[in-house]
Design a protein around this ligand. Structure first.
Ligand SMILES: Nc1ncnc2c1ncn2[C@@H]1O[C@H](COP(=O)(O)OP(=O)(O)OP(=O)(O)O)[C@@H](O)[C@H]1O
Ligand SMILES: [Mg+2]
Length: 293
């Protein structure tokens, strides 16, 4: 797979504070990567370094195979970026600002722009200083989605959007994804990441602590199992991969290492399975594990 974004051992200090100590990950062509982690973990700092807004201290950072600091002008022609706090020129209208953004990007698709203004229910004739937080965010999103980029970088793009508009954003991202574009999406809305991302990268205190597809990450964790059997279920407690075993009559609940789930089910069938339910962890469960350290 062609690597669109390639970051290796990226480091950044602010004064004495080491904001990024070891950030390594890639975004492949046509891939949506969810970038998640607690407040202050270094997501926005990583993204700012990628955009050439701040200069990294060490490590490698490339987009389209070019250095993000030295070749930022060239790179910017092919990327769209939306931060979580879109800043606008107060005296211009939303529509004027969208057109300006599009012009700066070398044009864009006016039909797409009009379609998106409708989709996001934005009044483009209002002056930006009169916009609510959510409406400012919409202006940034409409501008970013109206131009044809090869890489879209979103840093908490839906902050301030209501659930209906958040759903619109997700649908539009899925459209972009279908056209084979690459997306780096940082978000605290884990259902959004779960829906959109092919791969998830988790950052904590300036370091990548885990990355992989959701299935891969799930494989490392446990599912919540409910099991009812004909014969005495108590023997299941000692089966490898079974944890937190609680029994009530012939029904038990426990957490199970996903890599042992097949073995556990085989053992259970010896007792005559009446009910077997295994619920895999959500991204939220996985995330909490890392948040709590
Ligand atoms: N310009 C700066 N000067 C000093 N410290 C900074 C600067 N920018 C970021 N930091 C610090 O670097 C760390 C990482 O911040 P960053 O904004 O990247 O976190 P984040 O993962 O985006 O968090 P959030 O989820 O809250 O957006 C924080 O401790 C922050 O205070
Ligand atoms: Mg941030």
């Amino acid at each position: 797979m062609t690597e669109i974004v390639k970051i290796k051992e990226l480091q950044k200090k602010f004064g004495k504070f080491q904001a990024l100590s070891d950030v390594t990950f890639t975004v492949g062509a046509g891939e949506v990567v969810g970038f998640i982690g607690p407040n202050g973990a270094g997501k926005s700092t990583t993204i700012r370094a990628l955009l050439g807004i701040i200069k990294r201290d060490a490590g490698k950072a490339e987009i389209f195979g070019r250095d993000v600091w030295k070749d930022s002008l060239e790179i910017h022609k092919r990327i769209s970026y939306v931060p979580g706090d879109v800043a606008l020129w107060g005296s211009l209208t939303g529509g004027e600002i969208i057109d300006l953004f599009m012009k700066l990007h070398g044009g864009g698709d006016k039909q797409k722009r009009d379609y998106l203004i409708k989709r996001f229910e934005l009044d483009p004739k209002k002056k930006a200083k009169g916009y609510s937080k959510g409406n400012r965010q919409k202006v940034g999103l409409i501008a970013a989605l109206s131009v044809d980029s090869d890489l879209y970088i979103f840093d908490e793009p839906t902050s301030g959007l209501d659930p209906l508009m958040e759903a619109v954003f997700q649908e539009e991202v899925e459209r972009i994804k279908e056209t084979g574009k690459s997306i780096l999406l940082s978000s605290h809305i884990l259902s959004e990441v779960e829906r959109l991302a092919d791969r998830v990268v988790i950052i904590r205190q300036g370091e990548i602590v885990e990355s992989g597809t959701l299935d891969e990450l799930r494989h490392l964790t446990r599912s919540a199992v409910t099991l009812a059997t004909e014969d005495d279920v108590s023997g299941m407690e000692s089966v490898e991969g079974v944890h937190d075993f609680i029994q009530k009559d012939n029904q038990a609940t426990f957490s199970a290492d996903n890599k042992y789930i097949n073995d556990i089910l085989m053992e259970a069938t010896k007792l005559g399975v009446k009910k077997f339910e295994a619920v895999p962890p959500t991204l939220e469960d996985l995330f909490m594990r890392h948040y709590e350290g």
